[in-house]
Design a protein around this ligand. Structure first.
Ligand SMILES: [Zn+2]
Length: 344
C-alpha cells in the first residue's frame, strides 16, 4: 500500500448526517447535511473568471501580501441569487438597483467558483477598514508552553505580564470576554510573543483583528435553497488548499469573517458548529494536493450505490464500499475501503 492509500486509510471516518438551519437575511430553511467519509472531493476546481474592471469603486487595485483566507457566506438563501448573480453584483456594483460597495475575491457554489478580484489585491469584505495592514508588535515576553492573554488597565497582558502594548479602548472597560470567538493574533517570533493589530468593533461590540480586507483573500460561499451545502464546504476547502499552496499559508491562516469584525459570519457554518469540521476538510484537501504535486493521479470508483465518483454520500442507510486508485510513474495501485452502516 502506497502513501496515498495509507493516508486515506488513516483519515477515512464514519460519516454522519445533521439537520441544520441555513440562515438567510430574508428567510431561514432546514437542510439535511450528510458529511463525507473521505473528507476529499474527487473533482477539479471549476473557476470562472469574472474580474471586476479597475474602474470600479469596489476594486481597490492596491497590491498586498496575503496572510489570510477570510471565509464568509452570502447570507442569501433566495435561490436565484446564486454565485453568478453575486459575482455580477460585484462586477456591476449593483444590487437590485442599489449601489453595491463591497467586493470579494471569490464566490463558491455547486455550479462553480466565480473569481471577481485578483487574489493579491485589497478587497472590501471583512469590515476592518483598509487603513491597517497586517502587523506584529514584539511584546518582549518570552514564549512559554502555555499562553494566556488578557487586558488589564488598558494594556494587553500575556501570562500575567504587561506587554506594554495598548489594547483598544471603548466606552466600557474591555477584558478578554470582549475578544471575538477566534481570539486575537499572537504569534511566537524569535522566542517572544508578538501581538497583531487589533481594534474594537462598535457594531458587533467585539475586539477583532485588522488585515482582513488588506491581507485576506475573501471568499463568499453560497447557501441558496437548493444548493448542496456540504458540497459547497468541500469545494471551498479545495479552493482554500490551492490558495494556501499558492500563497504559502497554513491552516491557522484560514479564518472566519468573525475574526476580523465580530460579525456572525459565516453564520450557517458557525451556528451549526461546523467550522472545525470544515478546517478538517481543508487539511485533507491540502495533504492530498501535496501528494498530487508529488505525481499521483488519484481516483475513486464507487462499489456501493450510495457514494458518487466525487466521494459524496447520498445516504447513510447501507454499507459504503469504494476503491481508491492511484497512478504514479505508470505504477497503478488500489485499495478497497468499507465503512459499516452506522444508522441502524
Ligand atoms: Zn462575511
Amino acid at each position: 500500500m502506497n502513501e496515498v492509500l495509507e493516508y486515506f486509510q488513516k483519515i477515512i471516518t464514519t460519516p454522519f448526517a445533521k439537520d441544520i438551519t441555513v440562515y438567510g437575511y430574508e428567510f431561514n430553511y432546514q437542510h439535511h447535511l450528510i458529511t463525507s467519509p473521505i473528507f476529499y472531493l474527487f473533482d477539479e476546481l471549476n473557476i470562472i473568471e469574472n474580474i471586476a474592471p479597475l474602474s470600479n469603486e469596489n476594486r481597490d487595485g492596491r497590491i498586498r501580501e496575503k496572510k489570510y483566507i477570510v471565509i464568509h457566506d452570502t447570507g442569501d438563501t433566495t435561490s436565484y441569487r446564486d454565485a453568478k448573480y453575486w459575482s455580477n453584483v460585484v462586477k456591476t456594483e449593483d444590487y437590485e438597483n442599489k449601489p453595491y460597495k463591497a467586493s470579494f475575491q471569490y464566490v463558491v457554489s455547486n455550479k462553480g467558483i466565480y473569481h471577481n478580484i485578483p487574489d493579491d489585491e485589497i478587497a472590501y469584505h471583512a469590515g476592518d477598514s483598509t487603513k491597517y495592514d497586517y502587523a506584529l508588535y514584539d511584546t518582549g515576553i518570552l514564549a512559554a508552553p502555555k499562553m494566556d492573554i488578557d487586558i488589564k488597565d488598558g494594556y494587553y497582558y500575556i501570562n500575567n505580564q504587561n506587554t506594554m502594548i495598548k489594547a483598544p479602548s471603548a466606552d466600557k472597560i474591555l477584558t478578554k470576554k470582549d475578544f471575538n470567538d477566534n481570539g486575537i493574533l499572537v504569534v511566537i517570533k524569535n522566542g517572544t510573543y508578538h501581538i497583531g493589530e487589533t481594534y474594537f468593533n462598535e457594531t458587533y461590540q467585539k475586539i477583532a483583528n485588522r488585515g482582513g480586507n488588506n491581507n485576506g483573500i475573501g471568499i463568499e460561499m453560497c447557501i441558496n435553497e437548493g444548493e448542496n451545502i456540504y458540497l459547497n464546504y468541500q469545494i471551498l476547502a479545495k479552493l482554500c488548499a490551492q490558495l494556501m499552496d499558492q500563497n504559502h499559508l497554513e491552516i491557522k491562516d484560514i479564518l472566519p469573517h468573525h475574526y476580523f469584525s465580530g460579525k456572525d459570519c459565516p453564520m450557517t457554518m458557525r451556528k451549526n458548529q461546523l467550522w472545525e469540521h470544515f478546517l478538517k476538510l481543508v487539511e485533507v484537501e491540502y495533504q492530498v494536493l501535496t501528494l498530487k504535486k508529488a505525481g499521483y493521479i488519484i481516483t475513486l470508483e464507487p462499489i456501493s450505490t450510495n457514494i458518487t465518483k466525487q466521494g459524496l454520500l447520498k445516504d447513510l442507510n447501507s454499507e459504503i464500499r469504494f476503491i481508491i486508485k492511484t497512478k504514479k510513474d505508470n505504477v497503478i495501485d488500489s485499495y478497497e475501503y468499507h465503512i459499516k452502516n452506522t444508522s441502524c
